[in-house]
Design a protein around this ligand. Structure first.
Ligand code: ADP
Ligand code: ADP
Length: 225
């Protein structure tokens, strides 16, 4: 559960990135965050990840106000949130399997258990046959799905996808969307920032539409308009 209660965020120089924003996302929902450049979408994501703090208002994760948690607790919060970016951010000198394994190694999983989980997430994003490939041998859509497998490997409750299809052509975008839908159907809450009218209009999900920091529309299956 993610909840914003009257959240405002001002940056230095009096930039009002978010103004009195309130909404609640329940477990298992799929939500699009849309709006033009400068609308506050990146800021909203940073508040959920606690990379920024609100100027006023509160951000709650599972009914817990994250404004007051200690710095050393922040990594634990982030462990329950997977993130994928527009530009994939894969390690080019490691193959698909190793890229996904890398996130687990840090947490010290047992080898056998890790291997099982890595195979599971590669299957989830339909890349079981690409384990040994290196990122540069893959299409953009495949690279993005590797980054999604990596984000999911620790079983986060929430997946944030920040313009995941921004660098992809329409064809491969649909493969990425299919993987996101599968991830959502497996019970993960998905928050997706996007500029794609086509996707938002054809795969109907809840839409949070921002303009100049204001939440101007919260529609159950609203489309882009
Ligand atoms: P996006 O394509 O995600 O909308 P932006 O151009 O809004 O990207 O922002 C890219 C990055 O630069 C973000 O991390 C954002 O927080 C940061 N950023 C945007 N505007 C400013 C600014 N005026 N000063 C400092 N950082 C900024
Ligand atoms: P979006 O992701 O929708 O493009 P952002 O959240 O990146 O929007 O930015 C919202 C507003 O806040 C913009 O006017 C941007 O320039 C400003 N902004 C973002 N990050 C910073 C920052 N670190 N310092 C100052 N201004 C920022």
């Amino acid at each position: 559960m993610i909840e914003f209660k009257n959240v405002s965020k001002n940056y230095k120089g009096k930039i009002h990135a978010l103004k009195d924003v309130s909404f609640k996302v329940n477990d298992g929902e799929f939500v699009y965050i849309i709006g033009p450049s400068g609308a506050g979408k990146t800021t909203l994501i940073k508040l959920i990840l606690k990379e920024e703090n609100p100027t006023s208002g509160v951000v709650l994760l599972n009914n817990k106000d994250i404004s007051y948690i200690r710095a050393r607790k922040i990594p634990e919060i982030r462990r329950h949130i997977g993130v994928v970016f527009q530009n994939f951010r894969l390690l080019e000198d490691r193959n698909v399997y190793q890229n996904v394994a890398f996130a687990l190694n840090i947490l010290g999983w047992q080898k056998k258990k890790a291997d099982k989980r890595i195979k599971e997430v590669l299957d989830l994003v339909d890349l079981s046959d690409k384990e040994k490939s290196y990122p540069l041998e893959l299409s953009g859509g495949e690279q993005q799905r590797v980054s999604m497998a990596r984000a999911m490997v620790n079983r986060p409750k929430i997946l944030i996808a920040d313009e995941p299809t921004g660098n992809l052509d329409p064809d491969t975008s649909w493969d990425v969307m299919n993987a996101l839908i599968k991830i959502n159907q497996s019970g993960t809450t998905v928050i997706m920032v996007t500029h794609s009218k086509e996707i938002v209009n054809s795969i109907r999900k809840r839409v949070l539409h921002f303009e100049k920091g204001v939440l101007i529309r919260d529609d159950e299956d609203g489309g882009y308009l």
